[in-house]
Ligand binder design. Structure first.
Ligand SMILES: Nc1nc2c(ncn2[C@@H]2O[C@H](COP(=O)(O)OP(=O)(O)OP(=O)(O)O)[C@@H](O)[C@H]2O)c(=O)[nH]1
Ligand SMILES: [Mg+2]
Length: 461
């Protein structure tokens, strides 16, 4: 389908680096290389071995000027990422050599690749299915080992395999039911319907298991949005620094030290936390601090998890009560900090303000209570699922929403069978379920969806 179009792009990140790579894919890739590359070994480029590095120079054929000293590798179809001929030019990782070589490849017949176009070709040429292609982006964006492992599993086909088994099962049911339509015989029909019902119930169990990974998957990919709140001077920035294990935020004994929000990624035993340290919540006349307090309220609204700090060495203040009231219906942990100091906080009073939220006593100064907090966070993310599970994960909302739709169709199948409806009615929903499962792997997906998925990629991938 792309036979006449050869694409080219810088595959490495922009900026300065030791090496930069230009990738060319398509049937003109090798001819383009032949026009601009002078191998040291003086072999014709067309004779270079596949998947072997060759040393030489990129030379502008018109001016005969050397552009850069490079290593190149040819990967001939179909043994390549896109299953087309691919050429990679490894040059120096500066903006100018990359730009000049890219321009030469285009001068000799390549066009600039669109975002995700290499991976899209890999998909269209059957090298990857859609769920695998989607995990490529997750690998690139993985923030911790756990999220990387999840994405690698799906690239290897863990999710796709599960979906395929479900589709195969449903197809078998459709075939059996259709046989009874063609050869109607009361008792066979009845028996088949009951078997289908039992089998569909099993598929629903599988779907529910997959759907349960939705939240974990999202957090491992994007990070658990966590916000630290509390009145001024309670130890919020100290807690951020302790979790980060570095002195990121300024800590002083002056209330109002943090006036803007500070955002950092923290890796807690493989769980990425996007953690926000905020300006302490209080009534203030300081304009800057006031804006900070406003932002704090916004962060609270969008957070997955709220860490609330209270000071164990002071009675509950009006500000504390205000902060605690923000927690109604939210997922939060109440951290009683500064337990190294004489206790003045009345815990009964604290409990009267919170409903189901977890309470942890800690002292950031003495490094106590932090492990308990980390345990809580890790448990929260895996929510009872076995940690580091090698199983299939849902990659994204698209897949989750398709699975939810499949589940609806299968529930409808059960209702139809329970109401003793004829087999053709059962088949309708089974077919819809089968079709939607196929959209996850890309077997039954439309051109528009494919476009949309790959535009989320970066150029060169
Ligand atoms: N004794 C004791 N002092 C602590 C503890 N945690 C923090 N502090 C001290 O409390 C003071 C305030 O700490 P910060 O981390 O700046 O507090 P904050 O909540 O970020 O304050 P603002 O940014 O002003 O809202 C500093 O002097 C810290 O050293 C603790 O567990 N025990
Ligand atoms: Mg602070």
């Amino acid at each position: 389908m792309f036979a006449e179009e050869t694409i080219s792009a810088v595959a490495t990140a922009t900026g300065e680096g030791g090496i930069g790579i230009i990738r060319i894919s398509g049937n003109k890739a090798i001819a383009i290389l032949a026009a601009i590359f002078r191998p040291m070994c003086a072999k014709p480029v067309s004779d270079l071995e596949s998947q072997k590095m060759t040393y030489g120079h990129i030379v502008d054929p018109e001016s005969q000027k050397r552009i850069d000293e490079v290593l190149v590798v040819i990967m001939r179809a179909p043994k390549s990422y896109t299953r087309e001929d691919i050429v990679e030019i490894h040059c120096h990782g500066g903006v100018v050599p990359l730009k000049n070589i890219l321009a030469l490849t285009m001068q000799f017949g390549a066009r600039l690749a669109e975002a995700g176009e290499f991976t899209k070709r890999a998909f269209l040429n059957g090298r990857l299915d859609l769920a695998q292609a989607e995990s490529v982006i997750d690998i690139i964006r993985a923030k911790t080992d756990a999220s990387l492992r999840m994405a690698l599993g799906n690239l290897a086909g863990t999710l796709s395999e599960k979906i395929r088994v479900m589709r195969f099962g449903i197809l078998g049911m459709i075939a059996n039911l259709e046989a009874t339509i063609d050869f109607p015989e009361e008792d066979i029909e009845e028996l088949t319907a009951q078997q289908v019902k039992a089998a569909v119930e099993l598929v629903i169990v599988d779907i529910d298991q997959l759907l349960a990974t939705k939240e974990t998957g999202r957090i491992l990919r994007e990070g658990l949005e966590t916000v630290i709140i509390g009145k001024p001077n309670v130890g919020k920035s100290s807690l951020l620094n302790a979790l980060l294990k570095e002195k990121r935020a300024i800590v002083t004994n002056i209330p109002g030290t943090t006036r803007d929000i500070i955002e950092e990624f923290v890796n807690i035993r493989g769980v990425p936390l996007k953690i926000v340290d905020t300006a302490g919540i209080r009534e203030t006349v300081d304009v800057v601090e006031k804006l900070g307090v406003e932002k704090t309220r916004e962060c609270i609204a969008s957070a997955d998890l709220i860490l609330v700090l209270l000071d164990a060495s002071m009675p509950l203040s009006v500000e504390d009560k205000e902060v605690l009231q923000l927690l109604a219906g939210r997922e939060a942990v109440v951290l009683i900090n500064k337990t190294d100091l004489p206790a003045l906080l009345n815990m009964d009073e604290v409990y009267s303000y919170i409903a189901e939220q977890k309470v942890i006593k800690m002292s950031v100064l003495e490094n106590s209570g932090l492990t308990e907090l980390e345990d809580f966070i890790v448990d929260r993310v895996y929510s009872g699922q076995v940690q580091q599970k090698e199983g299939a994960f849902i990659n994204n909302l698209r897949q989750a929403s398709l699975l939810e739709q499949v589940r609806e169709h299968l529930l409808a199948v059960i209702v139809t069978i329970e109401n003793n409806m004829p087999p053709d009615c059962i088949v309708v929903d089974l077919r819809d379920g089968w079709d939607k499962l196929g959209k996850i792997t890309g077997d039954t997906v439309g051109e528009d969806i494919i476009e949309q998925i790959f535009t989320n990629f970066c150029i060169g991938k």
